[in-house]
Write a protein that binds this ligand. Structure first.
Ligand code: SAH
Length: 251
């Protein structure tokens, strides 16, 4: 009986995988991989059998059952099965179902974390998700309910919405209904961590305008404290200066 290693591939280019993820991947006999993972990762396990189990054909609950069965079957046949997931396996990755199926079958598992889309977007835009004084909490939320309805919330100072890319205008309406002010900053990033990542700045009022730019691309929407552009310090200021209150120098 083999074992299954869940590895977070990170949300973009292959070099966003962790060193532990890369070294476990190199041990794989079989890799079951998601659509959003970088094909360049194949170079880390060239002798493994790579099996796509991404979006198309595997999206609904029947698809999930098929993936669970594939994991169990391959774990019985080879030594190391890698389940390579986009971003972090523990964030909107259906990890629970797969771990449960493997536990029922008595298969040993390990989970290697990865960089999630929310933090990749924060890095890409240089917008920290937490801010001293104004951003004390962060919430990762899927904009889509299980029934396929759009849902927005206001549970934290910074709210990052996954899976909202297709319905940004509707998300804006839901955000208002959830109590976010029209002028709240909203930062939209698609394909964070890839060379072609895109970022646009909005407010809750104008969020719908981001739809065209990011259409058809994996997108996260950051709302609230973590979406605001950090104030730039003035060149003339010293270490004690308050960036928020300084007046930019006109050169
Ligand atoms: N486990 C993944 C999330 C999978 S759910 C993670 O931790 O990142 C899929 C959703 O993640 C997409 O609909 C999109 O909202 C977001 N996403 C994944 N990759 C992304 C990327 N590179 N840039 C922006 N959003 C991304």
């Amino acid at each position: 009986m083999g074992r299954v290693v869940f590895i977070g591939a990170g949300p973009g280019s292959a070099d966003l995988i962790t060193m532990r993820g890369a070294s476990r991947l190199a041990l794989a006999d079989v890799v079951l991989f998601d659509a959003l993972t970088d094909p360049a990762l194949r170079a880390l396990a060239p002798r493994a059998r790579w099996i796509p189990v991404g979006k198309r054909g595997f999206r609904d609950s029947t698809g999930q059952t098929a993936i669970n069965a594939l994991l169990v079957r391959h774990a019985h046949e080879v030594g190391v099965v890698v389940r390579l997931k986009g971003g972090d396996p523990s964030v909107f990755g259906r990890l629970e179902e797969e771990l449960e199926a493997l536990a029922l079958a008595g298969v040993e598992c390990e989970v290697v974390p990865g960089v999630t889309a929310a933090t990749a977007a924060a890095a890409a835009t240089q917008r920290p998700l937490t801010r001293r004084g104004t951003g004390r909490s962060v919430s990762l939320t899927t904009a889509m309910t299980r029934e396929g309805r759009l849902h927005a919330s206001r549970c934290a100072d910074t709210e990052v919405f996954y899976m909202a890319g297709k319905q940004l205008a509707a998300l804006a309406r839901q955000l208002r209904a959830a109590g976010w002010d029209d002028d709240t900053p909203a930062s939209v990033v698609s394909r964070a961590g890839w060379p072609d990542q895109l970022h646009s700045d909005h407010t809750v009022r104008s969020l719908g305008r981001a739809a065209m730019l990011h259409a058809g691309r994996p997108t996260v929407v950051t709302v609230g404290a973590g979406a605001a552009a950090p104030a730039k310090p003035c060149a003339a200021d010293n270490a004690q200066a308050q960036p928020q209150t300084c007046t930019p120098l006109s050169l």
